[in-house]
Design a protein around this ligand. Structure first.
Ligand code: WT7
Length: 615
């Protein structure tokens, strides 16, 4: 209990970094656990905290965003520019009749209007649901329906390696069948490609937002007012709409952005290479950094357009001091060769960050030596969509970071390693499941429309202790430092993207030629894990060759996203199942990774394996 009191005092102090219209009356209300209320009674406006107060403090001319378009066009947005643009967008959205609490889907590439749209929603108390622009029309539709969005904001197209690919067309496809809750589609012209507009429903940004008033007074909302929903994969085929609210979320996003990255406004040029379609983009491009008056780089395109020098040119051009990326990109840089970064002056860098998956020691060392010139600390940050902000990371001041270790919970956060039954395994030499033992301000407030699933997924497992089960395995070493080992459930991690085996399986069996499918994540030298599928064909399917495999891969790309495209698909006569009918993924993983088969004694038909392993 004394622990709890200290914790609430600590977080109350952190909340002091924000501007509150009305102070809170209670730091933490955990009476309705696992649904927390932080800073109860307080009111604030999230967008005001990210923009207006910096302008009012005399920093209107500071660049907030150095935006770099893929084709080479650039835009610098100061805090005053951002205030005017967000105000225009807020006036337009309010003019469309959107009211506090309404949901807005944002399906956009990495252009300034995407960030402006998120902040305009926050300003009006609208709940945004950003859908990664690499997701398919059907994935978009599923998310629009689940959240009952009234508006979709998108762009005509997006630049991808020099090509203008349509995007608005996917919105049309998503909304084509059956009734949807969407009343309007707001479209930014980005690529200039031909774009069909449905009259009465579709609006151009440049004909509406651009002409709206740049004045808008932000109104304060309750600390627990919903800020956004972000869908993430779980162990079933249906993505979970993770709900985050305002005061606690912004407090922890801002706090961690400052202490983990040692960020100081006016000194640093920060660059987080994530996409706003993921939580990293929400917490460490939009909310945390802007609350801390960052000057940051936002880049629209891929790291190898027009060539592999692009990221290093950008670091050099803007004098980036803090660079935050995913291990998969570091491994890609390693493959491209050290002469590419060596051709650039990277001495402005003073801190490197890693997120999304465990970083292997070899990649860690290369990152530090080749990109960081053997000078920079590396912060390996562990967290999740559900945690909202960084939970476990070394702090840059402490020089003892170990290659591949996420080290220790940040001040204010409490973690433990426990066994399957919830026994505490101590604070040295322990190997088990990672749990979080105390509530934290940026914790998810639920799964949109499904409170029961929230309880079951994260809280039921260790209900008597009241711990949050993260779904990751972890190890405490002899010094008491944490190493995250990866997911212990049926969730894969491909290039830092979280994809459930069930989602890919359901896309595969959606194809008429497939009777049954089992999917596993297999170790992959570049992407961390690669998706490997085993399929049984229907009796009518004659084609078992390369064409069909190709077609099935394309089907998964279409149904979910190219990021979910299987690396390998094996056509098999049978799947290994236990007597209770459960597919033995462990064995399939052994096959996929080319290992000796483990224990197959519980299989119904051990011969199945001989047939599969031969392929
Ligand atoms: C899962 C969460 C956190 C934002 C990006 C991913 C894995 C994340 C690390 C890390 C080892 C990591 C975990 C976690 N993960 N960061 N530094 N070391 N694993 O967010 O899509 O919600 O995925 O990513 O397995 O549970 P997400």
């Amino acid at each position: 209990m004394s622990n709890m009191i200290t914790a609430t005092e600590f977080w109350a102090e952190q909340a002091g970094r924000l501007h509150w219209a009305q102070p809170w009356t209670r730091v933490l209300d955990w009476d309705g656990a696992p649904f927390a209320r932080w800073f109860a009674g307080g009111t604030l406006n999230v967008a005001y905290n990210c923009i207006d107060r910096h302008v009012l403090d005399g920093h209107g001319d500071q660049v907030a965003i150095h935006w770099e378009g893929e084709p080479g066009d650039t835009r610098d947005l100061t805090y005053s520019d951002l205030l005017a643009d967000v105000s225009r967008a807020a006036n337009t959205l309010a003019g469309l009749g959107l009211r506090s609490g309404d949901r807005v889907a944002i399906y956009m590439p990495m252009i300034p209007e995407a960030i402006v749209s998120m902040l305009a929603c926050a300003r009006l108390g609208l709940v945004h649901s950003v859908v990664f622009a690499g997701f398919s029309a059907s994935a978009l539709r599923q998310r629009v329906d689940d959240a009952e969005a009234r508006l979709v904001i998108t762009s005509d197209g997006q630049w991808r390696r020099g090509n203008a690919a349509p995007l608005k067309a996917a919105v049309d496809e998503a909304l084509a069948e059956g009734d949807s809750t969407v009343e309007h589609v707001l479209v930014v012209r980005r690529t200039g490609i031909d774009t069909a507009m449905t009259s009465g429903r579709d609006l151009w940004w440049h004909e509406t937002v651009a002409n709206a008033s740049p004045e808008h007074e932000a109104q304060a909302f309750d600390a627990e007012h919903p800020l956004f929903i972000l869908y993430t994969s779980g162990t079933t085929g249906k993505p979970k709409g993770i709900l985050h609210t305002s005061g606690g979320y912004l407090t922890q996003a801002a706090y961690t952005h400052e202490v983990v990255f040692d960020h100081r406004p006016g000194r640093d040029v920060y660059w987080c290479t994530a996409d706003i379609g993921w939580v990293t983009g929400h917490s460490y491009i939009v909310y945390g950094p802007l609350a801390n008056r960052v000057t940051q780089v936002v880049y629209e395109g891929t790291p190898n357009f027009p060539d592999e020098h692009r990221h290093f040119e950008i670091i050099e051009k803007y004098g980036v001091t803090i660079y935050y990326t995913a291990p998969t990109l570091v491994r890609t840089f390693m493959k491209w060769g050290r002469e590419i970064p060596a051709a650039h002056d990277l001495t402005s860098l003073r801190l490197l960050g890693s997120v999304g998956e465990p970083i292997n020691p070899e990649a860690w060392r290369w990152y530090r030596e080749v990109i960081g010139g053997d000078r920079t600390p590396i912060v390996d940050t562990w967290w999740q969509t559900e945690t909202g902000a960084i939970m476990i990371s070394p702090l840059p001041g402490t020089a003892n970071a170990k290659p591949g270790a996420a080290m220790t919970p940040v001040p204010g956060i409490h973690a433990k390693i426990v066994d399957e039954d919830g026994n505490d395994l101590g604070d040295r030499d322990a190997d088990g499941l990672l749990v979080l033992t105390e509530p934290w301000p940026s914790m998810a407030r639920g799964i949109w429309g499904d409170p029961q699933r929230f309880r079951e997924t994260y809280w039921d497992r260790f209900a008597s202790a009241g711990w949050y089960f993260a779904g990751d395995g972890a190890r405490l070493d002899a010094d008491g430092d944490l190493w995250i080992m990866g997911r212990v459930d049926d969730v894969m991690n491909v290039s830092g993207h979280r994809i459930s085996t069930a989602e890919v399986e359901s896309a595969l069996v959606g194809h008429s030629g497939v009777a049954e499918a089992a999917v596993v994540g297999a170790a992959d030298a570049t992407t961390g894990q690669g998706i490997v599928a085993f399929v049984i064909l229907t009796a009518e399917t004659a084609d078992t060759g390369a064409d069909l495999v190709h077609e099935l891969k394309a089907e998964v790309s279409r149904e979910i996203s190219p990021i979910a495209r299987p690396r390998d698909i094996h056509v098999v006569p049978e799947l290994p199942k236990t007597r209770s009918g459960k597919i033995m993924r462990r064995l399939l993983r052994d096959v996929a990774e080319g290992r000796e088969l483990g224990d197959i004694s519980t299989l119904v038909d051990p011969d199945v394996f001989a047939a599969i392993a031969r392929r």
